[in-house]
Design a protein around this ligand. Sequence first.
Ligand code: ATP
Ligand code: MG
Ligand code: MG
Length: 565
Amino acid sequence: NAETVSNFIRQKIEADAAQHKYDRVGLPPIITRFPPEPNGYLHIGHAKSICINFGLAQTYGGRCNLRFDDTNPEKESTEYVDSIKSTVKWLGFDWTDATGEHLHYASDYFEQLYAFAEKLIEAGHAYIDSQDADTIRAQRGQLHEAGQNSPHRDRPTAESLDLFRRMKAGEFKEGEHVLRAKIDMASSFIAMRDPVIYRIRFVHHHRTGDAWCIYPLYDFTHCISDAIEQVTHSLCTLEFENNRPLYNWVLARLVEVGALAQPLPEQTEFARLNLTYAITSKRKLLQLVEENLVDGWDDPRMMTLVGIRRRGFTPESIRLFCERIGVSKADSWIDMSVLEQAVRDDLDEKAPRAVAVLKPLKLILDNYPVDHAEPCKAPVHPHHPEMGERHFELTRELWIDQDDFMAEPVKGFFRLFVGNKVRLRYGFVIECTGFDTDEHGNVTAVHANYFADSKSGTEGSNNYKVKGNIHWLSDVSAVPAEIRVYDRLFNDAHPDAGGKDFLQALNPDSKHITQGMVEQSIANVAAETHFQFERHGYFVTDKVDSKAGALVFNRIVGLKDTWQK
Ligand code: ATP
Ligand code: MG
Ligand code: MG
């Protein structure tokens, strides 16, 4: 179950239900919505909001709408719309249910929003201001002092209405006039000090084209969109707390003029997700992409959901993560290790095991029969015999990982070094006898002898007690693969906290590409297939670049949390 509920949101839903606040004929008991602005790709913070909104709807037998909050045409595009839709689906949620497709765009409400704005003007609740943006901002004042009325605040209704219609007709330049709600210039909520609710913008909209040259602002659009869609619980992040009085004011005025009816949606805020070693701001993510500091929006190091997906995180792991972090009313930081552990916990049970050698080093068993191929086997999953067995052959020449050999072993190193014995997993015990080097002193091959009576699973194997147990591949059957080992994109746990330049915190060592080898049994796997590579961690075939015959693997996470601060 994907529900990520906190007590306070749940309590509100249950209290509302007890009061029959939203008992409406033909409508589900709760309606939530996920309202992204299509001005970028979704990030891990949005996953929290998606899990809360869709999860609560599931829990309470309601529905969740997907609504594009598309009222800022200059930054929005259908590319983002499409990506957001596929990401929500990938996470396992759907805005289509038995009652229909609940996909909406705030831009679909432009006519209605405009009509509502006229009603507010007619009722004396809005006026056209003809001052420039800087003046309006300055007059709003500071929290501890009252703001200053605009000289146009008491403009006659008929004049405001006329100007508003002419704004819509395109008679004025951008910035010449705005429509403001007439509320309270002394309010302790700055948002209530006659907020601008419409402005002139001669900008092409990705859906409405050039039909409009005035666009409504968020605070006017959002609450009305919620009301039109008969949303019950409008859940958003804490930064909107100060806008709640405005949300309620707009809806209450529209009820008074007969444009809307009770029961109205109500806004409840929860803490946004802040994840350490990550950036969750669309603007900053865009900057990383535009300055080519990453390989696009879906770079596997990016905390965009397309990046996280490409890295190999599963939807189940993201939902598990959201469940574990819960929902609170106070901002806090969640450690990246919580996300990483969620994917380990998800994949541990279901990912097939395989052997990969990331940095191959030749191992030659000098006393091994030249053409012998010893059949070996291993379970696909150690706890799930029903997943079957993998079969492979042990030959005289093998590939091992460079890290499993040391010419000059350090203290505590139990793997291969001259004179030491290790077990080749699922195979024989060997003893290292020497190694070859090139003219630079680099090790080019390791030599060993094997013990013919030591094979795993045979009686004789009990006579060998070795501390090291290393993985290997036969050079006859190993399949080449590109291996991309990723690390966290930032070195600093709080890369953009306190106005810091997050670009300074980029981890220069966050991507290592090696030409490795994998076992033959996985030579033809499809893209986006998950594995645990024994002793290395969790990997996935790259969604974009991996092909049968040209495999590319991304490391999702290591087996354990070994991140060094
Ligand atoms: P950004 O600050 O990155 O531009 P945004 O809040 O402007 O994000 P929207 O597309 O408006 O992005 O967000 C859609 C929904 O997701 C909103 O309800 C918003 O509150 C929620 N959301 C955005 N970021 C987070 C986060 N870090 N944690 C939880 N919810 C978030
Ligand atoms: Mg927003
Ligand atoms: Mg934003």
